[in-house]
Design a protein around this ligand. Structure first.
Ligand SMILES: Cc1cc2nc3c(=O)[nH]c(=O)nc-3n(C[C@H](O)[C@H](O)[C@H](O)COP(=O)(O)OP(=O)(O)OC[C@H]3O[C@@H](n4cnc5c(N)ncnc54)[C@H](O)[C@@H]3O)c2cc1C
Length: 463
């Protein structure tokens, strides 16, 4: 391995006018050679953006600008915030107002329900959302979740294909957001004792649902508890998945519960490890009446609606991880340029160059995988979305750990930002199904042949 003096020699070779300066020598190539090979330093973000179709490139640029202008100034305040259930910290409210007015809260839905740009609609929703989420996560995981968990709440209504429900729930929501009045939705599946089971069902057959719906005149009464519901205490509407009384998880039905329902209470919010700008609430339902017209997709359709929602929402979780890894790369590079060792910047040492190169390569490989998986089809597929989610969030953890190693003791300091990246990132390996559950989901999708014995059979699939 070269030491810092060797590196100085290498830098000298690259100084303008030196006989081995590659940029200079490349100019001596004939035109054809220069057309086929470039030695220009690359701005990877810019290159990736230019390679996107124009509507997606515009979306990416807009998302980055929004994140820099409106999330960046609130990072410190909102990462430190822990509010009482039902209370939005002032900076969080201001952010929601701004995001609503600018169309970010309604931008995945087409007119007349939302504000999606028609040109962007030519591309899969999960790809558009992934592009947006990466930019927000790069700046602040908590604020990203505050804005994005809302889309999860909208998803079962959109995926139900129920035009009446879309009209009834989406139009007032979009009107309010555009008028500067936050009108959040939340998504409630997790129950005390049924997290992974509720998400993928490997154990649901043996588990007892904790939120039950009892039929009464004109609708249903809900009883039980949900936990870890992002934004559940500040949402105006919550998509709650409940089993019909006397039946199991297979009877799950999606009820849209209004925040003003007298039978609904937000008991507490967690003091979380990361993504603190977004609350995780425990909700109690006590004889909460929901009229039949607020059932989405029909009775016993909840299990399918939940699976469909998670298939779509696992891509954005992978995108969060790409955003965190990118942030870690940026922090590590800035530190390695500024911090000096033996009179030279860390980045003058090959040891650090190797680490930074690895971080950049991993991050770009993650994004390439995600975009490749997400752009293939308008349908979100379980195998591809689960694979993206578990693999990318796991790799991002490795990248961010390398970033922390480069910052060393400075990485512990809150103002440096790296410790928040690590705290926020860790949660992506848990929600939308833990990474173990997502690995199982990938295998579950594979056709089995020649055996009735489950995954021990011949897997007739090429990878
Ligand atoms: C920040 C945050 C936000 C969240 N937001 C929401 C939200 O908005 N709405 C919502 O409904 N939920 C939400 N959740 C809940 C989240 O989706 C669950 O935490 C997640 O599904 C894991 O469930 P669990 O915590 O109950 O883990 P458990 O199901 O208790 O799992 C415990 C461990 O067992 C493993 N395990 C379980 N089953 C198997 C199996 N069959 N094979 C192998 N290993 C297994 C898991 O991988 C895990 O390591 C949120 C969670 C967090 C942390």
């Amino acid at each position: 391995m070269l030491n810092a003096n060797d590196q100085t020699d290498r830098a000298a070779l690259r100084s303008p006018g030196h006989g081995l300066d590659p940029l200079l020598r490349m100019q001596e190539l004939r035109r054809l050679g220069r057309l086929l090979v470039s030695y220009e330093a690359a701005d990877f973000w810019e290159m990736d953006t230019q390679r996107l179709p124009a509507p997606l490139a515009r979306l990416r640029r807009r998302a980055r600008t929004f994140a820099e202008q409106h999330l960046r100034p609130r990072v410190q305040d909102l990462d430190a915030a822990h509010t009482e259930p039902g209370h939005l910290a002032a900076p969080a409210r201001e952010l929601l107002v701004q995001a609503g007015r600018d169309g970010w809260m309604t931008g995945m839905l087409p007119a007349p329900w939302g504000t999606a740009n028609w040109l962007e609609m030519r591309y899969p929703t999960h790809l558009r959302f992934a592009i947006q989420v990466e930019e927000l996560a790069r700046v602040c995981g908590g604020q990203m979740l505050l804005l994005s968990a809302h889309q999860l709440g909208l998803a079962p209504i959109a995926l139900s294909g129920d035009l009446g429900a879309m009209q009834r729930f989406f139009r007032p929501m979009t009107r309010d957001f555009l008028a500067g009045q936050p009108h959040l939705f939340a998504y409630a599946i997790t129950e005390p004792g049924a997290g992974s089971d509720a998400e993928d069902g490997h154990g649901a057959a043996h588990n007892t649902p904790r939120v039950l719906a009892r039929p009464v005149r004109g609708g249903y009464r809900l009883n039980g508890r949900k936990c870890f519901i992002s934004g559940g205490d500040v949402a105006r509407k919550i998509a709650v998945f409940a089993a019909l009384e006397g039946e199991g998880f297979e009877s799950w039905t999606c009820f849209v519960v209004d925040a003003g329902n007298p039978g609904l209470a937000a008991l507490r919010t967690e003091l979380k490890m990361g993504m603190r700008a977004s609350s995780a609430a425990e909700l109690a339902f006590n004889e909460a009446f929901v009229p039949s017209c607020d059932i989405v997709g029909g009775l016993r359709q909840g299990w399918a609606l939940n699976r469909a929602t998670l298939n779509a929402s696992r891509y954005p979780v992978a995108a969060m991880a790409v955003g965190f890894a990118r942030h870690a790369c940026e922090l590590a590079m800035a530190h390695a340029r500024e911090q000096r060792l033996g009179g030279r910047p860390l980045l003058a040492y090959q040891e650090y160059q190797l680490q930074v190169a690895q971080m950049i390569a991993e991050t770009r490989a993650m994004r390439a995988l995600l975009w490749q998986q997400a752009q293939g089809s308008f349908q979100a597929r379980q195998g591809e979305s689960s694979l993206s989610k578990f693999h990318i969030t796991d790799r991002a953890q490795a990248v961010c750990s390398m970033g922390l190693a480069i910052l060393a003791e400075h990485g512990m300091a809150k103002h440096q930002g790296m410790e928040q990246v690590l705290r926020d990132l860790r949660l992506t390996r848990i929600f939308e199904g833990t990474n173990q559950i997502n690995r199982l989901a990938l295998i579950e999708d594979m056709p089995l042949a020649g055996s009735q014995q489950g995954c021990g059979g011949d897997l007739t699939i090429s990878v």
